[in-house]
Design a protein around this ligand. Sequence first.
Ligand SMILES: [Zn+2]
Length: 759
Amino acid sequence: MSKNGNRGGLVVFEWRDGFTGRRYGFTKEQQDAARRLVAGLLEAKLKKEVGDDLRALADAAAAFWARDYYRLVFPLAFGREVVDGGVRAVFLDDPGDRVDQTAVFRRAPLDGAARPPLLPAGGRAPAEYLLADVVLVRAALANIYCRQRGVDPGLLHVLRLACFTGPLAAELAASGFDLPEEVRRLVDFLEGDGEPPAELDAEDLRRLWEAGAVAAEEAMDIAPASFAVTVVVGAVQRVKQYVFETPGLNEIRGGSEILSDVTERLAVDVATELGAEVVLRAAGSHLEFLVPDAETGAAWEARLRREFVAATGGVLVAAAAETLPVRDLLGDYYRAMGRVYQRLEAARNQTRPLYPETLPFEERCAICGQRAAEGWYQPPEGDAEPICRVCLIKREWGRDARRDKTRELEEQLRGGGRALWGLGADAGLPQSLDDLIVGHPRRRLVAVVYGDGNNFGAVVQQLKNIAVARQWTCRVEAVTWSATALALAEAVRVSVPAPHAAAKEAQRKPSLPFQVLALGGEDIGLFAWGPVGLRFAERFVALTDREFTPAPGHDGARICFSLGVLVADAKAAVARTVAFSEGELLKWAKRAARNAGYRDGGTIAFLVVPTADQIPGDLDDFQQTMYYREGATFPVCLTLRPVTAAELGFLLDRAARLREAGFVGALGRMAAAFVRGEPRVAVLYYLYQKARERKGRDDGGFTALLEDTRERPPTLADLDFAGRVLGTRRPFGGEPVAGGRETYFAPLVDLAELVKVLE
Ligand SMILES: [Zn+2]
């Protein structure tokens, strides 16, 4: 391990976050402590395997590095803590340029404010490589290499185990954990001492070992020229169409669960047959992994298609395999993978729906109304109805509460199980969108939240090496799930006050006020009771912004998330609300983030429409009609949307205070004056109201509450609800225009819409 720097007189080990430019420094003592801690966790994992089965030990070690370790260190910037029985996020201090010698390391994922036990790869590896990245790449290449050359399976697993334990061999030995003799000998060889068993080619192995732990350009020269591996990719086509094709929450949840379950099962199959280190990605309904040769690749291709079709009753899957020189994977990863994806694209075009047409005499499924019925199901009320195979499988899965993303979230938050949401230990999954509603609010509003990452494409294009690519994939997954779990826990606690919670718990079968969906990739999708959905959006973007805040001067693209949130009547058609949230609001939010150069991080575009028929047909028209006034002297924009997390938090808090103070009516009248009348007249009305308050003739406080400058985010420092220019802010997050007219912002409508959700 190298000494990478010297800060404040302390010799430190350093790891650089390649995606934000942040640096994490450690003293020698800290690095030793982190290594002992990680070795202890690895040892505990190995000790769970009984007997001397080297293969089982190697598989356990592979799972430790490929899954447990990344979930332990990511996210870097936040953890979870329990306060008054409720789970909430805690931000970790940015170490900045100093080394915190009192730092304590996490012993489990999201372990309070303890710091992640980062182990830099060290040696000649670039500063952003983690030891885990290097361990996994070396093991994967050694694994494939041995299989190609027909090396005895026993020896293969000895070599794998040597790859996984070698870097921490000293720590393992010091704690009394004895590696088998043959593993120790191979560790010594890999570290540069002695010879390998005759079956292994010493020269090739050393080259692979070295190539796995150096910068991309260098790896190109070191890796054996003739060594190639086959990459297999499988991806479900039109995931959204499959999940949202029918309106019922049970079928939607079922569809999402089936896809994530079969993906996970296939990843386990690959890990069992070939080793977890060869799996590059397994999330949503997308798989990427390495196999020894084209023949094995073709077999897996067929198997992926078959398994997805069998699990779903007929979903479109594209799969492809491509053989690539290892030099390209190590030195030119993005371009090399591009070749695999070209293949996938070609395979995609050949995919045909399995249920093309319904013949005129066939009875159609009562749920999807498209495919031919193959059986019957009994709805809660009424007679049995015809159902197709696809809908039947979804329905059965959706009704099975044992399998659900909610359980994964609860595991992620460690502690409390179902009870952590504050709605009782036996709260069930919502069976319909109406079940999401808590208590008896004035309007039965459901939020449809849809989101994804900004700049992920740009990040992926920069990935030159397979090691960093894997780190990125694992980090995105860990951060997305942790942020989702914590944001929901906080949103439910804030939005469901104790009396509501008690009322909900008193129901015969209380249900949770949210449903998270797995949609593949870094897509975020969930349904929630209106207030929970809005709070979730705010917390989720705040957490992910924190994780990916770039270091000062970092020149890479800023990573952040954008969300679309449509809050509409629980009876609105799901196909319509999802399409609007994803197709219109999310796109709007992403556009605004891009136009701002991602300066303030992620963005949220929300819209509250109490009835389904108010969902705009054309968002641009709607924006102009509802929120924009040309004005005689200057244009006025009546909304701040899309907003940042801090801005949404501010607006939600202000809306809640107005409601508590009994100003819902006053707010509605004032907002209507801006929407319906001339801005000039509306401003006069506002000033008149303010003057009355000052004289104490009216029940004072409405404008005073609006003008309270406390807790305003910096981007709204100049805010005046009666109208004010806000720096360079453009209407609807539009592109900055040089020399254009300044726009005044008078965003009372934002508060008026949010209050409707809180009533
Ligand atoms: Zn159907």
